[in-house]
Ligand binder design. Structure first.
Ligand SMILES: Cc1cc2nc3c(=O)[nH]c(=O)nc-3n(C[C@H](O)[C@H](O)[C@H](O)COP(=O)(O)OP(=O)(O)OC[C@H]3O[C@@H](n4cnc5c(N)ncnc54)[C@H](O)[C@@H]3O)c2cc1C
Length: 379
């Protein structure tokens, strides 16, 4: 099989991989994206918070992603059925847009600009010389040589493994999550509501578009079989104990298809080695309760695009720039992962959760928040 060459090989066509590919292509780099799936990934996030929206706006993509998205600016929190606080997002709030739709838009821009995609093409072998990745062999036998390799290939990253970078994954195994898509009801159309119970359950209901809603249920793992495994416990009866203002959604829940979701945090020992770097979930993962994973990933892709273009194929310069500009992102990610841990371990305890909640991180992430950032608002 032939060996092809490019400036940058990006492994993984999720949000991180596609956005980085677009930025690099716009700077004249020849980019190849290798994706093991038949198309871009479908599962993932729904909320794009203000920092991520600002990144997209800097690259002329804000109008495109917002065209069919839904803007919201308020989340109301409940504990044991009682409304406890609200978080209001200033300046138009955040965007709800299913992950696949969002990535598809970026992918379409990539295709227009001439990024090359190889689908159904997992990484079979990674050949290194010292710290440098010399050659990638794909599952169809074809080979790719690139000046720079980016592992945007998710939490189980093959590139991270090939670079021998340590990782620590911590499953949130005290909270089993399930998600379903159901018809939109009036209460869900009105407001995003996040319910917690002192028994260790949570339920989050929000609109996806004008017709559909997403419902997340989190529960202690020992109760999953009884509720979702045919054990006879009624989901609606259990939700009734702490979900107070969204009861008009209950009718659609028993017949819904409930998909389990595995959620873990991930910390890794380094973000780059030789001519390779890690991006997005290959580099870090935090609890989805922060709602910030995509925003940080988009910002990281901006930094990587700057660094890779500035290095212009000079390995020593690339190493220096990655160390100076990209490696420090680990500190921001560490703070976000710790924050996700704090939310995930306190939500059953109202006081502890309110103490752990940080409106600045929730709204602005690691951007400098204005000095007057509101705390959670009383209702
Ligand atoms: C349940 C859940 C809810 C979330 N909600 C939010 C939210 O509301 N807001 C938010 O900002 N963030 C949220 N996040 C985080 C967000 O989904 C991630 O930050 C984001 O998806 C990271 O994008 P990515 O491109 O790194 O990874 P991914 O989207 O995981 O893409 C990785 C890609 O790499 C491919 N791949 C893997 N291995 C290989 C290989 N060997 N060869 C080729 N391709 C490979 C995969 O098929 C996949 O397409 C959530 C995460 C979860 C789990």
């Amino acid at each position: 099989m032939a060996t092809t060459s490019c400036d940058v090989a990006i492994v993984g066509a999720g949000l991180g991989g596609c956005f980085l590919a677009l930025l690099l292509r716009r700077r004249g780099q020849r980019v190849v994206v290798i994706e093991q799936g038949p198309s871009i990934p479908s599962a993932g996030a729904d909320f794009l918070k203000p920092p991520g929206l600002r990144v997209l706006a800097r690259h002329g993509l804000a109008e495109l992603v917002e065209r069919h998205g839904l803007r919201r600016d308020l989340i109301r929190y409940y504990h044991d059925g009682e409304p406890i606080r609200e978080c209001r997002f200033p300046d138009g709030g955040f965007l709800i847009r299913p992950y696949r739709e969002l990535v598809e838009l970026i992918y379409a821009c990539c295709a227009m600009e001439g990024v090359e995609f190889c689908f159904d093409a997992a990484i079979e072998r990674v050949e290194r010389e010292g710290d440098r990745i010399e050659l990638l062999t794909l599952s169809d036998g074809s080979r790719l040589r690139a000046d720079v390799v980016v592992g945007a290939d998710g939490t189980k990253s093959a590139i991270r493994r090939a670079l021998d970078i340590d990782q620590v994954a911590m499953p949130y195994d005290r909270l089993l999550m399930r998600v379903a898509t159901v018809p939109l009801s009036a209460s869900v159309a009105q407001l995003n509501r996040l319910y917690f119970s002192s028994g260790g359950w949570l339920a989050y209901l929000y609109p996806l578009d004008r017709d559909q809603a997403r419902v997340f249920v989190g529960l202690p793992p020992e109760q999953d079989d009884a509720v979702f495994g045919g054990g006879g416990a009624s989901l609606v009866d259990l939700l009734r104990g702490f979900v107070s203002d969204s009861t008009d959604a209950f009718g659609s829940l028993p017949a819904a298809a409930w998909h389990p979701i595995k959620v873990s945090s991930l910390r890794v020992g380094a973000y780059h080695k030789g001519n390779a770097a890690l991006l997005g979930s290959a580099a870090f993962a935090c609890h989805p309760m922060t709602g910030m994973g995509m925003s940080y990933t988009l910002y990281d892709a901006e930094i990587l695009a700057d660094v890779i273009s500035a290095a212009g194929g000079d390995q020593a310069l690339l190493d220096k720039l990655l160390q100076a500009r990209y490696e420090p992102r680990r500190q921001a990610h560490r703070q976000l992962i710790d924050y996700g841990d704090a939310l995930a371990t306190t939500f059953h305890d109202r006081r502890a959760y309110l103490r752990a909640f940080r409106a600045d991180l929730h709204i602005y992430g690691d951007e400098a928040a204005p000095r007057t950032t509101p705390a959670l608002q009383p209702i």
